[in-house]
Structure formats: C-alpha cells, structure tokens
Design a protein around this ligand. Structure first.
Ligand code: MN
Length: 185
C-alpha cells in the first residue's frame, strides 16, 4: 500500500463500498490524467482530481468549476486518491464515508504550465491547461495561506466565458447516465 493513500484507505470500509482500494499498482502515465466527479453526498460538490506522482491530488469544489474568470471557486483539498478512482462511478452506501452518488463529470488530461510542479504545489499556486471533454484551457489553483482551502479560477483565454456555463452538463461523460439513473442501478 502506498503511504500516500493511507488516509484514503483509513476512511473507507472496502467490504461496504465499491470504491477502489488504494493499493494502486498502476504506474503514473507520461500524459497526466484529470477527472472531475459530481458527487451528490450530504453536501453536493464536484471532486476535482489531477494525476501527480502516482496518485490523484484531490479537491472538493462545492459550487463546481466556472468558466468565468471572475469566479473564484472554493476548492478544499482532501486526501490523495488512487489513480483507479478516475474510473469510479456509482453509489457509495449511506453511512459510509462520502455516502451518495458519484458521476463521472469530466475526464481527459492536464498539462502543467510551470516546469517544477512540486514546487508550484508547495508554493500554493499551480497553473495548468485542462484538456478535458467539458473543461478546457488555462486554469489556476491558488492556496489560501495556512489552510486546506484553495481557489479554482479560470484564467483569461479563448475558452473563458462571462458565465459559469456548466449547468448544461447533467449526464455522465463516460456512460451518459443521469444522477438518478446511476443511483437506481
Ligand atoms: Mn467527494
């Protein structure tokens, strides 16, 4: 088991949830992957995940991403997730950690805008390009000092819009299912 995934494993009972165990044997890809899961748990949010150093760095974004550079979306950093988690769509039983429905909302790759990503993460300002199916262009994550809170912000480029413009995306990017279809299956 990877040390980095200790917290992930500790929070979950794998006899009860179908989420993958954090014993990832999968190698990091040369092309870094990215995924967003829309998660209808006690508090609805979007889980924003970037592949880095063999795990998925993860943030919970209560309002979801916004294409409007004027919106600064709170992104709460949570425990690293196994790379396999990018394939998880389904229902986590009530009473379990994160109980509720998870939908694959976007997926693709990401490219760091800076050469030293570890340093950028440590510094708390990471710029990157998203090559997703729904999210594209240049984005930035900025850490608020001495907290687990970051801000996810769209940078100005040809993909930026004057509204959040994510409301139309209500079905799974992978399976085409709605939230209720996922939770009833
Ligand atoms: Mn979540």
């Amino acid at each position: 088991m990877q040390d980095k995934l200790k917290e992930y494993n500790k929070k979950r009972d794998f006899y009860k949830t179908a989420e993958p165990q954090g014993a990832d044997k999968e190698k990091s890809n040369p092309v870094l992957r990215y995924v967003i899961q829309h998660h209808m748990s006690r508090r609805e949010h979007y889980d924003f995940r970037l592949e880095w150093n063999g795990v998925l760095l993860s943030w919970a974004v209560p309002k979801g991403p916004s294409y409007n550079p004027k919106d600064k979306r709170l992104a709460i950093q949570v425990e690293d997730h196994p790379l396999d988690y990018r394939n998880f769509e389904g229902t986590i039983p009530q009473g379990q950690y994160g109980g509720g429905t998870v939908m694959l909302w976007d997926e693709g790759h990401w490219l760091a805008a800076e050469s030293d990503v570890d340093k950028a993460i440590e510094k708390g300002e990471v710029k990157f390009v998203l090559l997703g199916k729904r999210l594209k262009g240049l984005w930035v994550l900025v850490k608020l000092k001495d907290t687990v809170n970051w801000l996810l912000i769209k940078e100005k480029d040809e993909y930026a819009k004057t509204s959040a413009d994510i409301d139309g995306f209500t079905i799974s990017i992978r399976t085409g299912r709605t939230m209720s279809e996922i939770s009833n299956s």
